[in-house]
Design a protein around this ligand. Structure first.
Ligand SMILES: [Fe+2]
Length: 371
């Protein structure tokens, strides 16, 4: 049994200048990032690096079309090392670049068992959610087949993950909200996964505690204190990444992908739309085992009885990001069947990590309840 994967080296620096110096950023490096991150934080350093600004290739989460265009341009630079500085989109694309020869991403999905690492990879997250700097999976919206799908390979791990809290100082509140809720979902789903171990739960439960305590402080004291909490959120997100990197995510993620893919809902927000709905259905099927441990842990943090943890959790989360019903995103009743079909046919990797197995009827029921 795999206890925990401890893959990239972890680093933390107080400033971008310290990071650039320690990693000797230079002409053999391709920095994949966004212009609004690179210019204010790295512009004044005058680094002789190559840059690709992701937003020039399209807005939102990565699509097959966007990744193909970036990979084609990246290969032309001849760079040896990829430095990803950004949120989930930039990081997911950089992992693909690490194994890409410049060809289409569809070919990588078709040949996943034989991917080769072609570039060293350094990942610097600029949001506090994905934990993706320590995992080996990219989620791409495969517009040609109409769903988001994970591409995962041993060869897609970064060589180094670097935390620079300075980079989060100008994070917009909306991005903070969706990304930190994503981290909370990673921690909860991975801790309930049948693949969870004492090691993954050490990181998972600690991440839950850090995120909930920080939300409580934020709600009580106001948004002015957010800057001081950001390092905790960044570390909690990294912990949650270590937890789900081994134990996996599950139905919340699986069921959120059709919503995110079809209606362009940010990843953390589409997860939140499914989060407590999935947990409540787990509880209808099985009330003992890890879910009892989880609910007891949440009850302690939230200061409530175990019977009301999901309502209290939602009450807290709604003050960070208001939860919407699925119809508010434009979802139709017919979509619920299409989404169910997509989950059951394309999300087997995630659905295998559910606390208890969920069949098509149950998935359709959950979508119906959240509609
Ligand atoms: Fe996620």
């Amino acid at each position: 049994m795999k206890l925990i994967i401890v893959k990239p080296e972890l680093h933390k620096f107080a400033s971008c200048a310290e990071f650039a110096e320690a990693f000797k950023l230079g002409e053999n490096d391709l920095v994949l990032t966004n212009e609004y991150i690179f210019n204010p934080y790295f512009g004044k350093l005058n680094l002789p690096v190559h840059t690709i600004f992701q937003e020039k290739y399209g807005a939102g989460e990565p699509t097959d079309v966007m990744v193909d265009a970036i990979a084609a341009d990246a290969v032309k630079t001849g760079c040896k090392r990829i430095i990803a500085i950004g949120g989930g989109t930039v990081i997911d694309i950089a992992k693909v670049l690490a194994v890409s020869d410049g060809g289409p991403v569809d070919a990588l999905y078709d040949n996943v068992a034989n991917l080769e690492k072609r570039h060293e990879l350094v990942i610097v997250p600029t949001t506090c959610g994905t934990g993706s700097e320590v995992t080996n999976i990219s989620i791409i919206n495969r517009t040609r087949i109409g769903t988001k799908m994970g591409l995962a390979s041993e060869k897609m791990f970064a060589d180094a993950a670097v935390l620079v809290p300075e980079l989060l100082s100008s994070l917009p509140f909306g991005v903070f909200a969706t990304s930190s809720i994503d981290a909370l979902v990673h921690a909860v789903e991975s801790s309930l996964s049948p693949k969870a171990t004492a090691y993954t739960k050490l990181f998972g439960y600690k991440a839950i505690e850090m995120i909930i305590r920080s939300y409580q402080k934020l709600v009580k004291e106001g948004r002015e204190v957010l800057g001081g909490l950001m390092e905790d959120f960044l570390i909690a997100s990294n912990y949650a990444g270590l937890a789900f990197g081994t134990a996996g995510c599950a139905a919340v993620h699986a069921m959120s992908y059709p919503l995110g893919g079809t209606y362009h809902v940010p990843h953390g927000e589409s997860n939140y739309a499914m989060f407590t709905g999935v947990l409540k259905n787990y509880m209808e099927i099985k009330q003992d085992g890890e879910i009892a441990v989880m609910n007891g842990y949440l009850a302690d943090l939230l200061g409530c009885g175990v019977g009301e943890v999901y309502d209290k959790l939602e009450e807290l989360l709604n003050q960070v990001l208001p939860k919407k019903a699925l119809h508010e995103y434009g979802v139709t009743v017919q979509d619920l069947d299409t989404f169910t079909e997509a989950v059951m046919t394309t999300q087997g990797r995630l659905m295998g990590n559910n606390f208890v197995p969920l069949d098509a009827e149950r998935v359709r029921k959950i979508y119906g309840e959240l509609y």
